[in-house]
Design a binder for this molecule. Structure first.
Ligand code: DAH
Length: 340
């Protein structure tokens, strides 16, 4: 029986110290020390021993029990600290690793140009005003001195929602809305999308972007118009830039003009950017037609004003050397990502 006890002690100690987890250790504890365990089974046979042997075997059995219990406790402690160490290692945060940068969007190139132009005009005292893209015929044409069947309408054919509601062809209706709602002095710029039923190609798009300006006050003259635009383009392209004005016709301004800019690429010598002309056609402008002022309840005998309008997309294409206006409206990420 002593031998059996020693055999149990040896086998159990070997198993216990090699136990690989809490569950396995508990199974070993039950197997050796449990009520139906191997040690208990041996002790149950104590009755078969001679009287003088019982205390000896009993003492040995106790020693074995204590040894196994101690081994179980030691192994349990070792397993617990191993698992804590493993968890700590797994959960370690390396604060020196580079962070995962969130994907950032970027400004659309046209919006960037628009923001630059707005900043210059705001510096000159202009306020940025916007209006609806779906507009009344009245504001887009009639009050701008282009009554129904006026030939000027032909050059600005657009998309009609109803007979009297359309997609605006210019941001000039914002000028009308502003003059109807406010007394002079007025100094505004109106950026925004406009529409015309032009087929799309590299230089035309049925949707494009304009920025218009309007100043109305007592004593505004054509010199103010020239000075404002000249100063604006010098701020945009540098002080060596020159402007020139050519007579033109718009129904809503009188006199009207088109303004050219000396080529900012070649300085006027001639290059592909200006098609070898030295000048780049930039915008339409003029003195607000007295009829238009009157239509908006402003007395042309007291007040005068100037207005101008230019395409933002052309400026954007030139700035970034883009050769197709459609790229600005297709929202192809491969294109837009170049501007992030
Ligand atoms: N609407 C004109 C165009 O689209 C540009 C323009 C000319 C706007 C004269 C104006 C203006 O406000 O007064 O070509």
């Amino acid at each position: 029986m002593k031998q059996a006890l020693e055999a149990i002690r040896a086998a159990a100690l070997a198993h216990i110290t090699a136990a690989q987890g809490e569950a396995e250790l508990e199974a070993l504890r039950v197997r050796y020390l449990g009520k139906k365990g191997e040690l208990t089974a041996i002790l149950k046979q104590m009755g078969t021993l001679a009287a003088e042997e019982r205390p000896v075997v009993g003492a040995l059995a106790n020693t074995v029990r204590e040894a196994l219990e101690a081994a179980v406790r030691a192994r349990a402690a070792a397993l617990a600290s191993e698992s804590t160490a493993r968890r700590l290692a797994a959960e370690t945060i390396d604060v020196t690793l580079p962070g995962a940068a969130p994907a950032l969007g970027g400004m659309h190139p046209t919006d960037r140009v628009q923001a630059d132009l707005e900043e210059i005009f705001m510096g000159m005292g202009f306020e940025v005003v916007t209006g609806p893209e779906v507009e009344y015929d009245q504001y887009n044409f009639t009050l701008l001195n282009m009554p129904e069947s006026h030939p000027s309408r032909d050059t600005q054919d657009t998309f009609y929602i109803t007979d009297t509601i359309l997609l605006r062809t210019q941001t000039s209706p914002v000028q009308i809305r502003t003059m109807l709602a406010n007394k002079p002095p007025i100094r505004i710029i109106c950026p925004g999308r406009v529409y015309r039923s032009d087929p799309a190609d590299a230089t035309h798009s049925p949707v494009f972007t304009q920025i218009e300006g309007l100043a109305v006050d007592k004593g505004i003259t054509f010199s103010d118009l020239k000075g404002t635009l000249d100063k604006f383009f010098k701020q945009l392209y540098g002080s060596s830039i020159q402007t020139r004005f050519r007579p033109h016709h718009f129904a809503y301004t009188e006199p009207s003009a088109e303004m050219d800019l000396s080529c900012f690429k070649c300085g006027g010598k001639g290059c592909p950017m200006c098609k070898w002309e030295g000048w780049i056609e930039m915008l339409g402008c003029g003195m607000v037609h007295p009829k238009v002022l009157e239509n908006c309840g402003i007395d042309p005998a007291v007040y005068s004003g100037f207005a101008f309008g230019m395409g933002l997309d052309r400026i954007t294409l030139m700035r970034y050397n883009i050769d197709d206006i459609r790229l600005l409206f297709e929202n192809d990420l491969r294109f837009l990502k170049q501007f992030v």
